[in-house]
Design a protein around this ligand. Structure first.
Ligand code: NAD
Length: 477
């Protein structure tokens, strides 16, 4: 059995206790990892605070070179790290390997951006003053990441934080700490000075949160996870007025208009819905299809859903893995049962298990009141709703917007004016038109409303870790 250690101040550390990591496909314990307590978290903050002055002062091209090396190491080990990810998270090997490559790309993109963290000079109102805007790192950052993308969620935070000159204490999900350990190994080998990056594995996230909230040296928290935990962190951070970026839950609508390329729309929905067994914050949760194309769309989607091979992600040929745990499986079942009890119909064949496997499922006759149209399912269930000629575009968009969430939305149409209007009217942080990808490193990814605030990716992502100091200089003439 493998063991995983924490990384504090450049040293691999054991904790007094360990917690088990299980393979969601088999339920077997595959490793034991250091269960760090609040004291070790404080030591990690000590290390990050001690490393900050030298790291922020290091010339940008030197910092970029270390980050580039880390990205290369990560990409070079994509197969091996992908296998670790599959074992602890469940996604198929090809998906896991692809995520490591994408994660490395986030780090590489941020490495390049390191050299472009610019300040500004601003015209002043007097000949005797000058105004400068100096970009400075926010300081020590605590990053908290979820289990659904165990590598890319880390590098999307690490990259911009390090590019801005911050030092980091990372707490990955207790369900997927081994992927984080593998990332930490790459960073260590790349030559980051001790303390610039610290990894605190723990099965006691609240204790970690208490330690970082109580520590005034932690100036920023970057969190990705559920809306409930995110709201708690927002409340807890008020006392010390820490900066926060929160990437939270989603409830993505898809709008398929009658002029859409219906086959392409079905393929796009199948891709974004069934990827990672539906366990993505951008996963479509309400698919609004014009009734004139609903039958064609549903037939295509059902064909694609039934072509998916469900099984242990480590087995060749498997294209969808298990759900992460029993709670996740129970939620998926509850959402399906509620929909069926309220008049929805199952369009795919019903198959169950074994274990945490759940088949890709398409439901028709879904209405906005059903549970799965109000709560995030986080599983492989595609609910198809319809709209008709009697409903204006504005009315369908209003249905799409009627959610407390606002992360991603999808739009399928060939009418340019409709693209423009609907994009402007959708209350979501990200809109994909006709299947365009959502999360490349240069795109500022993030939500509005209950899906959080802050952006990851692009120069906006780096700016989330920068304080702009306004300097007004009197020349004394
Ligand atoms: P979660 O909120 O349960 O856990 C996320 C992280 O928070 C984990 O590291 C966990 O250990 C930690 N955590 C749990 N309780 C905590 C506490 N009291 N204090 C501090 N940290 C705590 O979420 P999850 O189940 O891991 O992830 C799924 C959720 O994440 C979904 O809602 C999904 O939509 C969301 N998500 C959002 C995005 C985005 O970019 N908006 C991306 C991926 C996932």
């Amino acid at each position: 059995m493998k063991t995983g250690q924490a990384l504090v101040g450049g040293r691999w550390r054991d904790a007094a206790a360990r917690f088990p990591v299980t393979d969601p496909a088999t339920g077997e314990t595959i490793a034991e990892v250091a269960d760090c307590d609040g004291r070790l978290t404080v030591e990690a903050v000590d290390a990050a605070a001690a490393a900050l002055p030298a790291w922020r002062a290091m010339p940008a091209h030197e910092r970029a070179a270390i980050m580039r090396r880390a990205a290369e190491l990560l990409a070079g080990r994509a197969g091996a790290i992908g296998a670790v990810m599959t074992a602890e998270q469940g996604k198929p090997l090809a998906e896991a390997t692809g995520e490591v490559v994408a994660g490395a790309d986030h780090l590489l993109w941020a490495a390049e951006e390191t050299r472009r963290v610019y300040g500004e000079t601003i015209p002043s109102t007097s000949t005797d003053t000058r105004i400068w805007l100096l970009p400075e790192p926010v300081g020590v950052v605590a990053a908290i990441t979820p289990w659904n993308f165990p590598v890319s969620m880390i590098t999307r935070k690490l990259g911009p934080a390090l590019a801005a000159g911050c030092t980091v204490v990372l707490k990955p999900s207790e369900l997927t700490p081994l992927s984080a350990v593998a990332v930490a190994e790459c960073l260590t080998e790349a030559g980051f000075p001790p303390g610039v990056f610290n990894l605190v594995t723990t099965a006691r996230p609240q204790e970690f949160a208490e330690a970082i909230m109580a520590d005034p040296r932690v100036r920023k928290i970057s969190f990705t996870g559920s809306t409930a935990v995110g709201k708690n962190l927002i409340r807890q951070s008020a006392d010390d007025v820490k900066r926060l970026s929160v990437e939270l839950g989603g409830h993505a609508p898809v709008l398929v208009f009658p002029d859409a390329d219906v086959a392409a729309a079905a393929a796009g929905v199948a891709r974004s819905k069934f990827m990672n067994a539906g366990q993505a914050c951008t996963s479509p949760n309400r698919i609004y299809v014009h009734e004139s194309v609903a039958a064609e769309f549903t037939d295509e989607l059902v064909k694609l859903a039934e072509a998916i091979t469900v099984g242990n992600g480590a087995d060749p040929g498997v294209t969808m893995g298990p759900l992460i745990d029993d709670r996740a499986l129970a939620k998926v079942r509850r959402h399906i049962e509620d929909a069926l009890a309220h008049g929805a119909r199952l369009a795919t064949t019903r198959r169950e298990g074994p274990g945490r496997l759940h088949p890709p499922t398409v439901l028709t006759g879904v209405t906005d009141e059903m549970l799965l149209c109000r709560e995030e399912t986080f599983g492989p269930v595609a609910p198809v709703l319809t709209f008709g000629d009697g409903e204006s575009t504005e009315e369908v968009v209003a249905r799409a917007n009627a959610t407390p969430y606002g992360l991603a939305a999808y739009l399928w149409t060939r009418d340019l004016a409709r693209v423009v209007r609907v994009c402007e009217d959708l209350q979501f942080g990200i809109v994909s038109v006709n299947g365009a990808p959502l999360a490349p490193p240069q795109g500022p990814f993030g939500g509005v409303k209950g899906s959080g605030y802050g952006r990851e990716g692009g120069h906006h992502g780096v700016e989330d870790f920068v304080e702009y100091k306004y300097v007004s200089v009197g020349l004394g003439r």
